[in-house]
Write a protein that binds this ligand. Sequence first.
Ligand SMILES: Nc1ncnc2c1ncn2[C@@H]1O[C@H](COP(=O)(O)OP(=O)(O)OP(=O)(O)O)[C@@H](O)[C@H]1O
Length: 246
Amino acid sequence: MTLELTACTYSYRRWSPPVLRGLDYRMPDGLTVLLGPNGAGKSTLLGLAASVRRPAKGSVTLDGIPAGDRAYRRDVAWMPQQITAMRAHTAREQVAYVGWLKGMSRRDAWDSSTRALARVELSDRADVRTTRLSGGQLRRVGVAAALVHDARVLLLDEPTAGMDPRQRRVFRDLLGELSKEVRVLMSTHDVADLAEEADNVTVLDSGAVTYTGTTAGFLAYAPDGTAPGRAAEAAYAALSHHGSVL
Ligand SMILES: Nc1ncnc2c1ncn2[C@@H]1O[C@H](COP(=O)(O)OP(=O)(O)OP(=O)(O)O)[C@@H](O)[C@H]1O
């Protein structure tokens, strides 16, 4: 299962300079954390991989299947940075609706929605309208919606933003389980918290990949003498300082 961006160029407006220019990126196995400063292009990359944005040049494929094909969309799930509460829908309905859009039968989508909400510890809010949920709860609805159709690749855009410490722990455990089953690419600013859990790290800066490889390889960029528990932050700072290491 290989999700690959090849020579991708993307601009938000026709005449504006591209955010990504000829980007080549192959998503690694297991759990990959996508790091980078604000505006680096993480959401743009995830949007292309999710096939919600189309590159002006280049291609996005999953095992050779082009993004946008039905099979591609079924296998790839995306949690956007902003989760929209659908008016007059409960959490269960909103998640089930995403499953239905991805091609599940109504019944399967409904059953799967109930399971997905349980995985994010939201069963007790399943029948509450999403417009009434807190920001952190709504993000968990977003995670559940990404899980509902049993995709083989999960693309998560800052899933832990706004979650309280307990929910972060629940989410981390869930990620641990999920990354054994599926590939996960997750953007975060939570360098210290998550980078050490991941199998791989990708660092994006100004639309270019400045590091992609194992977490051990990433942590090796921390200068000697870095305090325990600070290695991920120190490695990230060192990579940002040195620029591209590819
Ligand atoms: N809808 C949009 N219209 C115009 N420009 C945009 C739009 N979305 C993003 N951009 C620009 O594209 C660049 C990359 O943005 P992107 O959201 O991909 O970065 P990011 O790494 O996800 O940032 P953050 O960490 O702040 O979420 C930025 O310069 C941003 O201003």
